[in-house]
Design a protein around this ligand. Structure first.
Ligand code: ATP
Ligand code: ZN
Length: 503
């Protein structure tokens, strides 16, 4: 080691106490690199336990470790590389107030290997307060990024706004879906309206005030990751359908739970304006979560009502309402998802409309029973029944609106915003973190870089793109001595409740 680093830096490395936050994909690679570089005093924290799905890339873990805390197993593996190293494993969340400014002050360097913005923000702020240099990193598929944060000398994690999640206009979700993703978001909203935490911005009924997409006033529904590093990357953000961004302007016009709902088969069937104002949850409860009534409302009554909004269909193919009776009397057996003859796994086959209807009815009955016994449910792509419900509901909507149906497999990755993790990317990023760490410890902070691993080599044929560290944003509300925050809000529609919820 002395020969590689020079005896002075090797000595500093041996004496340095470093803190690794997260021992997942990047964290495993990083911890191994640190031990092999000669670091002898390493504190690691991770709140998670090992899952089978981690094993393809978190190579310090084996199948027989599944269920054990990641950080403890990582420690045991690292001690095999160097039994003399002092490695402390903390199985806990970094949010625990025990890990306060004084705790952070004990380290020569902190390295993040996290997967979410909230924890990154937290560590960023603690490092700034403690005056410790932080190396921030992230990866998403083939993309990766490393940067070095030091108070007053370089941009902090929160100096620049993060790219916002791709959102879809509420009118495309509620009234005029044209892509599978619109139907998937609608189905996730439906899950929340029926069983989860209902959000007025996620209404699934027709927006009765819309005359065309741009008049509906709603552009906030259904955020999805937009292909940046997302929450995995240093420039990332919370995933999922969180509606971030400005307040009021694109809001759904304060309809709250008062969007007119048909209260059964009668209202709206003939295309007349529905009378009662009920939330989807209230309506479903009044109808005792009757599967047939819910099916009829979603795929027949509401669609018939939408058809009465003639302007919506002047330049679009109108939807075709679907009734349960129609399904029972027709035969439609192709692609029932059973798998087999075409060599596809069952999840990869596109379900027939019949199959969608069966899965919809079955999963709806199961979820409503679960909701009755447990109370509000949380949607989870890995929960079979919840995913079945979303896949079936979305495909039925796609069928009604003449949109291509998708396999459960495709739906899962779209609904769960899944970006596959790639071991090689993590390995490259972890190597770069150590390179930056060595510069920091050698006192060469001015040589530190912000490094990007793009999908393809850049025009100069470079696979790693390095930039000088940007100076801190003088207005940053986290690290600047004179913080500023600008909030854009539409005083015509913004309410105190919305304001508190969003900010
Ligand atoms: N607040 C936190 N405190 C401590 N560790 C955290 C915190 N938030 C996230 N982590 C850890 O950061 C690591 C990030 O690793 P990675 O991005 O590979 O995610 P993963 O959960 O292992 O993988 P996947 O999300 O694909 O299942 C995880 O091990 C996770 O437990
Ligand atoms: Zn800042």
């Amino acid at each position: 080691m002395d020969a590689c680093l020079g005896s002075e830096l090797a000595g500093v490395v041996r004496k340095s106490r470093v803190f690794v936050v997260g021992t997942g994909g990047i964290g495993c690679e990083l911890a191994k690199n640190l031990v092999l570089t000669g670091f002898q005093d390493i504190v690691m924290i991770d709140l998670d336990t090992i899952e089978v799905s981690n094993l393809n890339r978190q190579f310090l873990f084996r199948k027989y470790h599944v269920g054990r805390p990641k950080v403890q197993v990582a420690r045991e593996a690292l001690l095999q590389f160097n039994p003399q190293a002092r490695i402390t494993a903390i199985h806990d969340s970094v949010f625990n107030p025990d890990y306060n400014v004084n705790f952070f002050k004990r380290f020569s360097l902190v390295m993040n290997a996290l997967d979410n913005k909230a924890a990154r923000n937290h560590v960023n702020r603690l490092c700034l307060a403690a005056g410790v240099t932080l190396i921030e990193s992230g990866s998403a598929g083939y993309l990766g990024q490393v940067s070095v944060i030091r108070k007053g000398e370089s941009e902090c994690y929160e100096c620049q706004p993060k790219p916002t999640a791709k959102t879809y206009p509420a009118c495309s979700i509620r009234n005029t879906p044209s892509e599978p993703i619109h139907c998937i978001i609608w189905a996730k909203h439906l899950f929340n309206q029926l069983f989860g935490e209902p959000d007025a911005d996620e209404d699934v009924s027709p927006d009765t005030e819309a005359t065309d997409e741009h008049d509906s006033g709603g552009h906030k529904s259904g955020g999805q990751k937009s292909g940046d590093l997302g929450e995995h990357g240093p420039g990332g953000q919370q995933s999922g359908d969180q509606n971030s961004g400005d307040l009021g302007e694109h809001d759904s016009g304060g309809q709250g739970e008062g969007v007119p709902m048909s209260d059964g088969l009668s209202d709206g069937v003939n295309g007349g304006p529905v009378q009662s104002k009920l939330s989807t949850r209230q309506w479903a409860e009044n109808n005792k979560y009757n599967v047939e009534k819910i099916f009829t409302k979603l795929y027949q009554t509401d669609v018939e009502y939408l058809l009465t909004m003639k302007q919506l269909w002047e330049k679009r193919t109108p939807p075709t309402p679907l009734s349960l009776q129609q399904l029972t009397s027709s035969s439609d057996n192709d692609g029932d998802g059973a798998g087999g003859s075409d060599g596809c796994l069952p999840d990869q086959r596109v379900w027939s409309v019949h199959k969608c209807s069966d899965v919809f009815q079955l999963s709806l009955a199961k979820l409503s029973a679960e909701y009755r016994s447990k109370g509000e449910l949380t949607w989870d792509k890995d929960d079979k029944v919840s995913m079945d419900f979303v896949a079936a509901s979305a495909n039925l909507r796609a069928h009604v609106f003449n949109i291509q149906r998708k396999s459960r497999f495709d739906m899962k990755s779209m609904a769960g915003n899944i970006v596959p993790a790639i071991a090689t990317t993590n390995a490259v990023i972890a190597g770069l973190i150590v390179m930056e760490a060595l510069k920091v410890l050698a006192g060469d902070f001015n040589k530190c870089k912000q490094i990007y691993l793009p999908r393809m080599p850049n025009p100069y044929k470079k696979l790693l793109v390095t930039c000088s560290l940007a100076p801190p944003n003088p207005k940053c509300y986290v690290c600047s001595p004179k913080p500023e925050a600008n909030i854009k809000l539409n005083t015509n529609s913004a309410t105190v409740v919305h304001f508190k919820k969003r900010y």
